[in-house]
Design a protein around this ligand. Structure first.
Ligand code: AMP
Ligand code: AMP
Length: 357
C-alpha cells in the first residue's frame, strides 16, 4: 500500500475525534484500556467466539462483528473505520491471521513495512545482525544439525509445534510425531527454521520507540509460561523417561520480570541499535512498540533470538505499570496506554504522519 494514499486518508481525519480500533484478540484489552485512559473512543472488531471477552471488560465503546479476521480488509469495513477517524493498532493476530496489510488503507499505528520484516526469518536475521546483536547459530538443513537445536515455523504461532532435536535422525523422528499429533502440517517441516538452542534465562523486552520524544523506552519485561515445557519439571525424571514425554512450547501466559540492573545496559544498547538499523531498512523506521526476545546465558550475555515489530502479548504484565514504565513516567503507564499517549501527543503537535503507516 502506497504510503501517500494512507497519508491522504489521515489528512481528512478530525484530529479531535480519533477512534482507536483493533482486532479482538492477542493484546486488545491492553490496547483498548490504554486508549480509554488517554481519552479516546474505542472500537473492537471481533469474532463471535471472542465476543464474550470484550463484552466482559467494557473497554470497547463499540464492538463490530467479523466473521473472520481478514474481513477487516473488506471495503465496507474499511469505509466504516475511516468514517470514525480510526487508527488501527496492530498486534500478533494481524501477522498470524491476516498477513500482508497491502489492502488496508486505514492508517495503522507503527510501521507496517517492518511487520513484514518480522515474519520473514531471513530478513529478521539480517536486521538483528546488522544491529550488531549476538544471535543463535542457524542451520540451513536438518542434515547439518550437530548440537541441541530448537525447530520453529514462520509467523507468530506462539510456540505451537516447536520441538528440540540433537541430530538429523532425531529431527525427522520428532517432526513425524508433531505431524501425527496434529501440532504442525507436513508442509511446514520444509520451511522449518532450525536454531541453536541457548540454555539460559529467557527475557522478553517490550520497548517503545517514540518519534515524538525521539527516544527508546523500556516499558516492560516478561517471560513466558508454556505448555508443556513448564510442566515437565513437576514430573519426576524417571516418569518423564518412561512416558517418553517431549516438551512443546505452546504459550499459555506470561510472568513479569525485573532484571538484574547491570544487565539493562545490554538490552538498551541492543534496542537503540535495532531502531537505528530500522531507519535504513524501512522508511520511516521503527515507530511504537517492539519486542526483543532474548536468552541470557551463564555468562549473563544477551543472545537475541527474535524481534517483534509491534506490541507483544507479554507486555500486558505491565498493566497498569511495570517497574520500568513507572520509573520512567512516575505515573501508571503500560504499552496500550503508551501507544495512545503517543497518538495524542502526535495529534497535538501535528505529527500524526510520523507515527502511522
Ligand atoms: P490469539 O488471539 O490467542 O489466538 O493469539 C493471536 C496470535 O498471537 C497467535 O499466533 C498466538 O500464538 C500469539 N500469542 C497470543 N498470546 C501470546 C503470548 N502471550 N505470547 C506469545 N504469543 C502470543
Ligand atoms: P519464539 O516463538 O521464538 O518466541 O519461541 C518460543 C519458545 O521457544 C520460548 O520459550 C523461547 O524461549 C524458546 N526459544 C526460542 N528460540 C530459542 C533459542 N534459540 N534458544 C532457547 N530457547 C529458545
Amino acid at each position: 500500500m502506497d504510503r501517500s494514499r494512507i497519508l491522504e486518508v489521515i489528512k481528512q481525519y478530525d484530529k479531535d475525534s480519533i477512534t482507536i480500533a483493533t482486532l479482538g484478540s492477542h493484546s486488545a484489552l491492553n490496547i483498548l484500556r490504554g486508549a480509554k485512559d488517554e481519552g479516546f473512543r474505542t472500537v473492537c472488531l471481533c469474532r463471535e467466539k471472542e465476543r464474550i471477552i470484550y463484552e466482559s471488560f467494557g473497554v470497547a465503546d463499540e464492538i463490530l462483528d467479523l466473521k473472520d479476521y481478514p474481513d477487516l480488509l473488506k471495503k465496507s469495513m474499511q469505509d466504516e473505520l475511516i468514517e470514525k477517524n480510526a487508527i488501527i493498532i496492530p498486534h500478533g493476530s494481524f501477522n498470524a491471521y491476516i498477513g500482508k496489510l497491502d489492502e488496508l488503507i486505514v492508517p495503522v499505528f507503527g510501521n507496517r513495512m517492518l511487520m513484514a520484516w518480522e515474519v520473514d526469518r531471513e530478513k529478521q536475521r539480517k536486521w538483528l545482525t546488522n544491529a550488531g546483536l549476538t544471535l543463535p547459530k542457524t542451520f540451513d538443513k536438518p542434515e547439518d544439525i550437530d548440537r541441541l537445536v530448537i525447530v520453529k515455523y514462520p509467523g507468530a504461532r506462539g510456540g505451537m509445534g516447536y520441538f528440540l532435536a540433537s541430530s538429523p535422525e532425531e529431527f525427522y523422528e520428532k517432526a513425524k510425531q508433531m505431524v501425527e499429533k496434529g501440532l504442525i502440517d507436513a508442509s511446514e517441516i520444509e520451511n522449518a527454521h532450525i536454531q541453536e538452542y541457548i540454555v539460559g534465562a529467557n527475557v522478553y523486552f517490550s520497548f517503545f520507540y517514540s518519534p515524538v520524544f525521539g527516544r527508546v523506552e523500556l516499558i516492560a519485561a516478561d517471560r513466558r509460561y508454556e505448555a508443556s515445557v513448564d510442566g515437565l519439571g513437576r514430573i519426576p525424571a524417571d516418569q518423564q523417561l518412561r512416558a517418553g514425554l517431549m516438551p512443546t512450547y505452546t504459550v499459555i501466559g506470561n510472568f513479569p520480570v525485573v532484571l538484574r540492573e547491570s544487565l539493562l545496559a545490554q538490552a538498551i544498547k541492543a534496542a537503540r541499535n535495532v531502531v537505528e538499523v530500522s531507519k535504513q531498512i524501512a522508511y520511516p523506521g521503527m515507530v511504537g512498540p517492539f519486542c526483543l526476545e532474548a536468552v541470557f546465558d551463564e555468562n549473563a550475555k544477551m543472545i537475541v533470538f527474535e524481534i517483534s515489530a509491534r506490541i507483544v502479548a507479554g507486555s500486558s504484565v505491565g498493566i497498569p505499570a511495570s517497574p520500568y514504565s513507572y520509573v520512567l513516567f512516575g505515573e501508571p503507564m503500560y504499552m496500550g496506554r503508551r501507544i495512545a499517549r503517543e497518538i495524542r501527543l502526535a495529534a497535538e503537535k501535528n505529527m500524526l504522519d510520523e507515527v502511522i503507516y
